[in-house]
Design a protein around this ligand. Structure first.
Ligand SMILES: NC(=O)c1ccc[n+]([C@@H]2O[C@H](COP(=O)([O-])OP(=O)(O)OC[C@H]3O[C@@H](n4cnc5c(N)ncnc54)[C@H](OP(=O)(O)O)[C@@H]3O)[C@@H](O)[C@H]2O)c1
Length: 343
């Protein structure tokens, strides 16, 4: 029997996330029948190799989405109108930007955590209904993947998160800036900062994205609000400090949890190890702990350093790291489409 295939579009195909979506559609053998690529007018006309053929990049502003089954968008919030346009033309759109994440009528989904939130779009035995799905923020996806098993078994009373976010999280220009500043330092020139307000090479910036009126950042706000939605805990007490570090790829997070009942580190490790999409790397005796370099290119979120919080009888500390371009963006988006195709 021949396999059913679908017409797929990738908007933002020339960016960090778009390139990873293209690679992962191939690696995961997503049933692509035809592929169309879109980006800004700057890239229109460029050829991008996918599998055994070249695909010409179209200008997103004028692209017609009629006939597209799945559209993966990673062109930023400013292009949200085009994502809506694609859904109106009949596509199931999975959008990586923050444009739709706070709209309660649009599902925000991590398939291993809240797959039921896709139910409104499922059509058994067929492609899903046209509409929008929001792919959550990258740090948030990694966080909920690691803590959902603990929430399921013991409920979280309060969580404190500190992130260590890779430069690729800010896109292709930021990666260039990190490399350029490294070269500038090596050759004794002043470090020029453009994407970030201060040099990121040899530095850490306790600031991700933009400040809000109350002194937190938009990234911190996303982590709090989106985690509450994904975990189905609108009341969850959660605070975050988001930090950019001079790592090319894979975000890390130090997490402190107070659970509703006491849980031993051994029990927590067993729950985490049994969760899909999470891998436990935790053996102090052999210096086994996960780092961003270990997570780079991996599908799983790696969790280690699970230990008792000595300051609280129901407290636990843990460390996680995950490839935010994959599970934090491209992979989660494709997993949403795969989950929808399960009907
Ligand atoms: N990087 C991550 O780890 C990550 C993780 C989760 C979510 N996200 C989100 O995913 C989105 C893309 O991020 P990225 O890191 O891939 O950024 P990026 O490397 O800067 O790529 C941006 C993409 O959007 C396209 N684009 C920009 N302006 C456009 C316009 N006016 N019209 C049409 N296309 C336009 C670019 O096309 P040109 O090449 O033609 O400029 C490029 O293909 C953002 O919303 C980001 O917040 C990123």
């Amino acid at each position: 029997m021949t396999r059913r295939t679908w017409s797929v579009a990738v908007a933002g195909a020339t960016g960090v996330v778009g390139e990873e979506i293209l690679a992962m559609l191939d690696q995961r053998d997503f049933p692509v029948g035809s592929l169309r690529l879109m980006a800004s007018a700057r890239s229109a006309g460029k050829q991008v190799r996918w599998r055994d053929h070249d695909v010409v990049v179209e200008d997103l502003a004028t692209a017609d989405f009629h006939g597209v089954d799945f559209a993966f968008f990673s062109a930023g919030s400013a292009q949200a109108a085009h994502a809506r346009r694609a859904a109106e033309a009949g596509a199931t759109v999975i959008d990586n930007s923050s444009a739709f994440r706070e709209d309660p009528s649009i599902p925000l989904v991590v398939p291993q955590v809240n797959p039921h939130d896709l139910d409104g779009l499922r059509v058994p035995g067929d492609r899903p209904r046209p509409g929008l799905v929001a792919n959550p923020n990258c740090s948030t996806i990694l966080f909920v993947m690691a803590v959902a098993p603990l929430e399921r078994h013991a409920k979280i009373e309060r969580a404190v998160v500190s992130t260590y976010q890779a430069v690729s999280g800010s896109g292709a220009k930021a990666l260039d800036e990190l490399a350029r500043q490294g070269e500038q330092e090596r050759t004794g020139q002043p470090l020029e900062a453009a994407v970030y307000p201060k040099p990121i090479h040899g530095n850490v910036l306790p600031f991700v994205q933009a400040f809000t009126d109350d002194g937190t950042t938009t990234e911190e706000r996303k982590l709090v609000r989106e985690s509450r939605r994904l975990l189905g805990r609108p009341d969850l007490r959660l605070t975050a400090t988001c930090v950019r570090v001079p790592v090319r790829r894979a975000h890390s997070e130090a997490v402190n949890l107070v659970l509703e009942r006491p849980v031993t580190p051994e029990q927590a490790r067993a729950w985490i190890a049994a969760a899909p999409g999470v891998r436990l790397v935790d053996d102090p005796a052999t210096l086994a702990f996960p780092t961003p370099r270990d997570a780079d290119g991996q599908d799983d979120v790696l969790v280690g350093r699970v230990r008792r919080d000595p300051s609280h009888e129901r407290g636990l500390d843990l460390w996680l790291t995950g490839d935010q371009v994959r599970k934090g963006a491209a992979q989660n988006a494709i997993e949403i489409a795969e989950e929808l195709l399960r009907g």
